[in-house]
Design a protein around this ligand. Sequence first.
Ligand SMILES: [Zn+2]
Length: 414
Amino acid sequence: MVFGVEKTVVEGVEFDEDEQLLIGHVRPTAGARSRCGICDRRCRGYDSGQGRRRWRSLDLGIIRAVLEADAPRVRCRIHGVVVAAVPWARHGAGHTYCFDDQVAWLAVQTSKTATSALMRVSWRTVGSIITRVAADAIRRTDRFANLRRIGIDEISYKKGHRFLTLVVDHDTGRLIWAAPGRDEATLEAFFDALGEARCAAITQVSADAADWIAKVVADKAPNAVRCADPFHVVRWATKALDEERRRAWNIARGAVHQRRAGRATGAAAAISRARYALWKNPEDLTVNQAAKLAWIAKTDPRLHRAYLLKEGLRQVFVFKGEHGKHALHKWLSWASRSRIPAFVDLARRIRIHRPSIHATLEHNLSNGLIESMNTKIRLLTRIAFGFHTAHPLIALAMLAHGGYRPALPGRTTR
Ligand SMILES: [Zn+2]
């Protein structure tokens, strides 16, 4: 039927010339009438509420459309006096199910501008819509069933001023939980939502080396082995390499300054340009970047050694298992004797976390999942920039990566 509604009687349709609006006058079928808006229990009527209300529905061609109906109140045994449920919209929503679902589909599939412009709603409204669509989808499933191996990560947004804590399931590859904040209380809320029995069933937890994560995991998931995320460990090495690159650049620039004060030229500029070549994995290098690396090998052997150290550590996690442990052992003695301060420090840090790195190598936890989830959510934080709270961002993340990808209305049975 034209409005895409169920359990609904259409009493009439009118076109309002002034408003250029199609209005469908509707009421719930007898079976759907007089139910609590929160729990859907059959209730006794209370009063007629605030009279007739409108719900924005999907456009008909280029014409905006609404449903209009009475919105009486009922008295629920549990929820008290509430507006009665309507079969065409979520409780408290000003849009129909179809409208909500199409907005959620667009928000996941397309851009911010496309979603807003096509649906003729503000981005903030999109935020409220996806929040209720995600909440509804999550309520209908048990996302914490059969959790064994989980990964914990954090991500910054709002230009690094705010943080989200994320939890992923290593076995399904899904995002299962996210909340604003990065502290013990935030993570405790996850384990509390899980409940004691399910916490006890968790066998492995991968995370970066943050103390607050270690403490909560030890406390709440006592049977879990803690594994260091290769993604974060390799990132430490990238940071150490960066420190070394800045040192090389400063020295090169200093040399230029002595000759003629002015722009960074020659060696300094080349080192600055080589940044991406140093960061990238060797197999991803362009021809040009490979040439830069070869140039560094010749002109600055120490910087090149730092690069090899970074690559060596990455290789440890490619090997995995006993082979990986052996490689890590060799890497530690190499780094300790490298006389490159950033890597001597890194070796010290890695020795402290060696048990959890060994656990990662033994349990063969994939690095790709945490890394790709981190990248995907970082992309969403840019889209979600206009939202005023973290909840629409979390909703968008759960819809896109939590196994709740919305379907277009009318294409599948709800
Ligand atoms: Zn109720």
